[in-house]
Design a binder for this molecule. Structure first.
Ligand SMILES: Nc1nc2c(ncn2[C@@H]2O[C@H](COP(=O)(O)OP(=O)(O)OP(=O)(O)O)[C@@H](O)[C@H]2O)c(=O)[nH]1
Length: 311
């Protein structure tokens, strides 16, 4: 980052949202302490590893904010008129994120020692408070999104095992308390190794997505379709007894048998069939013992020739 040679003018300050509606005398004072800087593309402006003493106001260019490392995708971009470093500028702690220039950028910066000057303007303080509120809301949204993503299988978009462990605790307790049954289906794609060998691993991936898309449409909102691992899936059916769960299993099995071929991004592919083991929750069943029961029923379905429901 290098100091720029030009003088900061009023027109520059008018571009910055943080200075919106700040009165002219205060802007004039700020004009004296703001320093213009230029930063090259790819250059690091802020890092959690280095103390920051400045508030940066971006006039031109674009910056990117990265949380943990610079390798992944940025969590947000900073455009002209926005600012950077405001949190570490205020609390005098290391920055909470990396900020890097996405384009050659022009900035104004003000040192912490001029903080008193900023606090003279109630309007500027209000703008700053609003900006910090906005940042908090963004962070909350990021936490919610990452929490949701942590429960989702990346390939198929179904729930993953982590979600199953979480939802089982809730649903089993709820059903036990209200005297309702709960059942679990264990599903496995038939002869999936052959499918991969014959049509390729990518085709296998599309077939797994087909399974999730097809079965997902047949389930109630309260049911959870979970990719348990590889080509194995679990369906948790709260408030459902064994007989009804068998019927659901049969409907799921049939729905895939009916798909002889399907259109995928790599062309027309053959459908797959599934075998299903059904298990009703018994008193004192935990998730492992219930899965174990369903797994034994699934084993029988495979033994009896596949593409069937047992249990
Ligand atoms: N394409 C693809 N294949 C996977 C994935 N996860 C697991 N597999 C494959 O699924 C196959 C499972 O094979 P097996 O456990 O032998 O069972 P199977 O061939 O389905 O035979 P049965 O279960 O006895 O009907 C293995 O070849 C794995 O490589 C995945 O995410 N994508």
């Amino acid at each position: 980052m290098k100091s720029a040679e030009w003088r900061v003018e009023m027109q520059h300050l008018k571009k910055v949202r943080l200075l919106d509606r700040v009165d002219e005398p205060c802007l004039r004072l700020l004009q004296e302490v703001l320093e213009p800087y230029e930063i090259d593309m790819g250059e690091l402006l802020l890092s959690p590893l280095e103390h920051n003493r400045y508030l940066y106001l971006l006039l031109e260019g674009e910056l990117a904010v990265h949380l943990d490392t610079l390798d992944g995708n940025p969590v947000r971009a900073i455009g002209p008129g926005d600012c950077a470093g405001e949190i570490s500028f205020m609390d005098d702690l290391p920055p909470s994120a990396f900020v890097v220039a996405l384009k050659p950028s022009i900035l104004l910066r003000v040192h912490r020692r001029s903080m008193q000057l900023l606090t003279r303007s109630p309007q500027l303080m209000q703008n700053l408070a609003e900006l910090l509120c906005h940042r908090v809301r963004l962070s909350d949204r990021l936490i919610i999104n990452s929490e949701q993503n942590a429960n989702i299988d990346k390939l198929t978009g179904s729930f993953n095992r982590r979600w199953l462990e979480h939802i089982y605790v809730r649903e089993s307790a709820r059903c036990a308390l209200s005297g309702q049954p709960l059942s679990l289906l264990m599903l496995d794609v038939d002869r999936f190794k052959d499918y991969n060998d014959r049509h390729g691993h990518l085709a296998g991936d599309h077939a797994l997505c087909l399974v999730v898309n097809t079965l997902g449409k047949l389930l109630r909102p309260a049911d959870s379709l979970v990719r348990y691992g590889g080509e194995e899936f679990v369906v948790l059916l709260p408030e459902m007894a064994l007989e009804d769960a068998r019927n659901v299993g049969e409907r799921l099995r049939q729905s895939l048998e009916d798909i002889v071929s399907f259109q995928s991004p790599i062309g027309l592919l053959p459908g797959v069939t599934i075998s299903i083991g059904v298990a009703p929750m018994r008193v004192n069943d935990d998730l492992d013992s219930l899965i174990d029961q369903a797994d034994q029923a699934l084993y029988q379905a495979k033994e009896q020739g596949r593409n069937r429901v047992c249990g």
